[in-house]
Design a protein around this ligand. Structure first.
Ligand code: GLN
Length: 306
């Protein structure tokens, strides 16, 4: 099939790019091989195409945010979640300590303040802890059991002062209703879930496939919630580079500081790129480049009018 050859040519071009730097504010993330680079495409009917380091584990980091937000939406409904988390792009960095003046709401669930709030909206149900519910939900999107990387979690928890500041701020304005500490630990845990490029591609393909995992047939998200989620990913998923991303790539997406980018072409496919060197926004340099190239070559921009 010509697809693997094509993906290989994209990989070859982008692999030359050594711009950017690996995230080091979480010590455990700094240890990674900066040259790792994988690209994986999963079609909405579950076929996988992969090139490069698609089987190397990394932590999900902020690519967890859409899935916890989805779980919060499913538990509480769009309206109730909306009283706690807005749906406006902030134009600020992912870890900005900014809350809406009148209500204290974080701008959206793709930045840390909103993501920590989304985590707080998941309650343990007696049988399962909040984190276990989150881990189990991500696993269903990936179609296999995912686990936490404890070294990342500990590193993240030991150095997460800024996220703690955000959590305490959220508590002061009443957006968090309980003790922020356990919420923050679960947020650190969710960011430390370990997966590979193929898992991310299948998670994205599940979103592309109307919320049904194409490999397991599990229905994980209803249509109105999925539309809501993809909209927020479109406007907010790439942080303060969202505008650039939407114009040049044109797909709902989410990045993480470990170097992953997940993009969704609704009805068609999920795309995952992993490469740890980041640009100044915290998005993978090669990841952005590969997605731009794929979008252009394959006509994947969702505003493409032919
Ligand atoms: N765990 C990271 C943090 O909260 C996630 C940030 C990210 O991936 N952009 O700082």
């Amino acid at each position: 099939s010509p697809i693997p050859d094509y993906l290989q040519s994209v990989w070859d071009t982008c692999a030359q790019n050594v711009d950017g730097a690996v995230a080091d504010y979480i010590p455990e993330l700094a240890d990674v091989d900066p040259d790792l680079f994988g690209i994986c495409v999963a079609t909405a009917d579950g076929y996988l195409y992969e090139v490069g380091d698609t089987r190397t584990d990394f932590s999900i980091q902020s690519m967890s945010k859409p899935f916890t937000y989805a779980l919060a939406l499913a538990h509480r409904g769009i309206e109730e979640v909306g009283t706690k988390i807005d749906v406006e792009p902030s134009g600020d960095a992912f870890n900005n300590i900014s809350l809406e003046r009148a209500t204290g709401r974080p701008s959206n669930a793709m930045i840390n303040a909103g993501a920590i709030t989304a985590t707080s909206l998941i309650k343990d149900d007696g049988a399962e802890s909040r984190f276990e519910r989150i881990r189990a939900a991500y696993s269903k999107y990936a179609g296999r059991e995912l686990a936490i990387n404890n070294d990342i979690y500990e590193s993240e928890s030991q150095t997460g002062f800024r996220n703690r500041a955000i959590g305490y701020m959220l508590r002061t304005v009443g957006i968090l209703e309980d003790d922020p500490d356990p919420v923050l630990e679960d947020y650190f845990r969710q960011c430390s879930i370990s997966l590979d490029c193929r898992d991310v591609a299948i998670m994205a393909a599940t979103l592309a496939n109307g919320g049904v995992n194409p490999r397991t047939g599990d229905r994980l998200l209803s249509q109105p919630l999925l539309t809501h989620l993809l909209s927020v990913m479109t406007t907010c998923g790439m942080y303060d580079a969202a505008g650039d991303w939407v114009t040049s790539v044109g797909m709902p997406a989410k990045s993480g500081v470990s170097g992953g980018i997940m993009a969704v072409l609704p009805g068609q496919l999920g795309l995952a790129v992993y490469s740890p060197r980041l640009d100044q926004h915290g998005n993978s340099v090669r990841g952005v480049q590969a997605c731009e190239r794929l979008s252009r070559d394959l006509g994947m921009h969702f505003m493409r009018v032919s």
